[in-house]
Design a protein around this ligand. Structure first.
Ligand SMILES: Nc1ncnc2c1ncn2[C@@H]1O[C@H](COP(=O)(O)OP(=O)(O)OP(=O)(O)O)[C@@H](O)[C@H]1O
Ligand SMILES: [Mg+2]
Length: 264
């Protein structure tokens, strides 16, 4: 049976799509069969991030309208054979899908996958409730900023009312230098406040914002790659290791690094 996990946040632009794409890639690279579903209707970007935009023949709305079967709308990743994307609408505007329709699609393809990651729209309105209804696990993404953490708290409250089996937290765009100097709220404080399982920490890494994914995930040997690898390992194998973004900014050399970073 596949694990159906919604990736959500509350606040927009905190890295849900980035996490879906990279976590999905990491899981699929280890041979697991993974489907990424974009339910952010009207603002499709998972297909763009995955570099499969030009391969779209059918999308999730076509499936709902009965123009094709769910299987026909799946797009295989260029690099990782076991990774697929179900894109959201790329032509229709104002098209709405009910939570029952999403569940029906998930049920139809579930047997083909080990993991189904659902990229949820920002906010806690109808789009959020639609996305979470067919999932039994959730990953909440926040950045280390008060507004984002507060919105994550509201989302976690709502998720708890849905009786999820698992709620994991990702702290994205973590700046180790600023956390060590006390200028940015640190991971422990965020985790103490939100009181869910800390699934992972992703550093703020230029490679993510400068590199448009064309499948295959972010470059190996980068801090971002290591963090996504650790998240996949914890989610699938239960290896409880979280990326430590502060390590290289501690001690004498760490202080020098921090000061140098401040100067550039
Ligand atoms: N760890 C990171 N380091 C640097 N840039 C990042 C990181 N995570 C995300 N970004 C950048 O932040 C921007 C927003 O990310 P993304 O689209 O994944 O957020 P989102 O939560 O899906 O947004 P939306 O709510 O609009 O769907 C993108 O330009 C992405 O490249
Ligand atoms: Mg997104």
């Amino acid at each position: 049976m596949s694990r159906v996990i919604v990736v959500t946040s509350g606040k927009g632009g905190v890295g849900k799509t980035t996490l879906c794409a990279n976590l999905g890639t990491q899981l699929a690279k280890s041979g697991l069969r993974v489907l990424l579903v974009d339910v952010d209707l009207g603002l499709n970007n998972l297909d763009v991030v995955m570099g499969v935009e030009n391969k779209i023949v059918y999308d999730i709305c076509d499936v709902v309208e009965g123009k094709c079967r769910a299987k026909q709308a799946l797009i295989q990743d260029f690099f990782v054979q076991t990774l697929y994307v179900l894109p959201s609408n790329h032509t229709y505007t104002n098209f709405t899908i009910s939570s029952q329709e999403i569940s029906k699609i998930i049920n139809e393809v579930e047997y083909m996958f080990d993991y189904i990651l659902i990229d949820c729209p920002a906010g806690i309105d109808a789009g959020f409730h639609r996305a979470v209804a067919s999932c039994s696990e959730a990953i909440v993404v926040t950045t280390p900023h008060i507004s984002s953490v507060r919105d994550a708290d509201k989302v976690i409250g709502l998720l708890k009312s849905y009786n999820f089996n698992y709620i994991g937290l990702i702290v994205n765009r973590a700046r180790g230098d600023l956390m060590v100097s006390g200028e940015m709220i640190n991971v422990e404080t965020i985790n103490d406040f939100l009181q869910v399982d800390l699934l992972g920490v992703v550093p703020d890494d230029d490679v993510i914002s400068t590199q448009l994914l064309t499948g295959g995930g972010v470059n190996m040997d980068t801090p971002a790659y290591k963090s996504f690898y650790m998240i996949a390992n914890k989610l699938h194998n239960g290896v409880d290791m979280v990326y430590d973004c502060t390590k290289k900014y501690k001690g004498v050399f760490g202080t020098i690094r921090r000061n140098l970073k401040r100067m550039v």
